[in-house]
Write a protein that binds this ligand. Structure first.
Ligand code: NAD
Ligand code: DAU
Length: 340
């Protein structure tokens, strides 16, 4: 493995993964293949734009001809697929692009990997495929999938396709299922960067429902290390959960953010809940630990470090919040403010 095609590599986790891999492996080349949707941002890759081992192709993973041409022209041996529509609230408003990219797009990549006999196909998945997990339980990789939002269902469908290609065609695949990532370059529609940037601007923080939903917030570079480990030491055909195994209520995450940014709790506004909101995710992470992985950040450290990054990097998020984001924000939150 040395010529990687990182699909969705201009997004939040994908870009962090590209920066991490190019730094760690001097002999690797990386082609970022990305459609540059509203969430794709070449600012995330500024640090490597002059690196001769990095190459960018703007393209859709649903475009089979361009996918195949890129693999051949760039002598790709491995695909790591981050490309997806990723925001649950947008999937509730309009699921179409979610299904297109995660279901049809994943199929296109798998077909290309099969036809061109790639060494490895790795799929980036999510804890959301297991659905809401009651207290006292945590999901194992072998559990049934029970997604509850259009986003989660599109990701679960992709996982099923990946497994089918392993069983049917012996395609060398692996899957990782990550919990909530936070850190640099996350589009500020997601809770942590939205709350951090709103707080920095002294704007209210829209907390869904009672704010007591539970998530495992993990630092993005810890997730990247786990993906790297699975790429190099994972067993073909296997899936690995990646998370901290430490849960936190959203309201606790918000209190920590506000404290770090020196903002008052009076900024908190309880608003109408997300439809079908999963109250809790929880994963058993014994399998990735047995491979030798441990996160380097506790969720508390991850939240503090992330809050500081947004405080120190206005250049990155301020232009995003003044663009497409504004129309989305009004559509998603306008009626919520009125009803609150
Ligand atoms: P993101 O929304 O920040 O980035 C997604 C990237 O995919 C963008 O660069 C976008 O332009 C690109 N893209 C979208 N549709 C495409 C298409 N049809 N063809 C090519 N490129 C396309 O997402 P993220 O948060 O970095 O998530 C990356 C992956 O990790 C996703 O598969 C997501 O489901 C998964 N994941 C995310 C989290 C999280 O907390 N963010 C946790 C677990 C798993
Ligand atoms: O669990 C992994 C998943 O984490 C990824 O697969 C998704 O791509 C990623 O978006 C994320 O999904 P969540 O729905 O958990 O993340 P989000 O940041 O949207 O919300 C985190 C929690 O905060 C969730 O309980 C909903 C809540 N929330 C979110 C927003 C945007 C609010 O209370 N208010 C908000 O305005």
């Amino acid at each position: 493995m040395k010529n990687l095609m990182v699909t969705g590599g201009a997004g939040f986790i994908g870009a962090n993964f590209v920066l991490y891999m190019l730094q760690k492996y001097p002999a690797y080349r990386i082609v970022v293949y990305d459609k540059l949707t509203y969430a794709g941002n070449l600012d995330n890759l500024l640090a490597v734009q002059a690196d001769p081992r990095y190459h960018f192709v703007q393209g859709d993973i649903c475009d089979a001809a361009l996918v195949e041409r890129t693999i051949q022209e760039q002598a790709i041996d491995t695909i790591v697929n981050f490309a997806a529509e990723t925001h649950v609230d947008r999937s509730i408003m309009n699921p179409d692009a979610f299904i297109q990219t995660s279901v049809y797009g994943t199929y296109v990549l798998l077909e290309a990997a099969r036809k061109l006999k790639l060494e490895r196909y790795h799929q980036i998945s999510t804890d959301e495929v297991y659905g809401h997990i009651p207290h006292g339980f945590s999901s194992k990789e072998t559990d049934n999938l029970a997604p509850r939002s259009p986003y989660a269902a599109s990701k679960a469908s992709a996982d099923l396709l990946v497994n089918a290609y392993f069983i049917t065609y012996d395609l060398p695949v692996t899957i990782t299922r990550g919990s909530n990532n936070i850190g640099p370059y996350q589009y500020p529609e997601k809770a942590v960067p939205l709350f951090a940037t709103n707080a920095l601007d002294h704007e209210p923080l829209p907390v869904y429902g009672d704010g007591r939903q539970m998530r495992e917030y993990q630092y993005v570079t810890d997730h990247c290390e786990a993906i790297d480990l699975v790429l190099h030491k994972g067993v073909l055909g296997e899936t690995y959960n990646v998370g901290t195994a430490v849960e936190m209520e959203n309201i606790e995450m918000i209190a920590l953010l506000l404290q770090t940014l020196d903002r008052p709790t009076s900024l908190i506004r309880y608003v109408k809940d997300r439809e079908g909101h999963d109250r809790r995710y929880s994963m058993n992470v014994d399998k990735i630990r047995a491979l030798g992985w441990e996160p380097n950040h506790t969720p508390h450290e991850a939240i503090i470090e992330t809050a500081r990054w947004y405080r120190d990097n206005e250049w990155w998020w301020r232009k995003i919040k003044s663009g497409e984001f504004k129309a989305y924000y009004e559509k998603q939150y306008g009626h919520r403010w009125q009803e609150a």
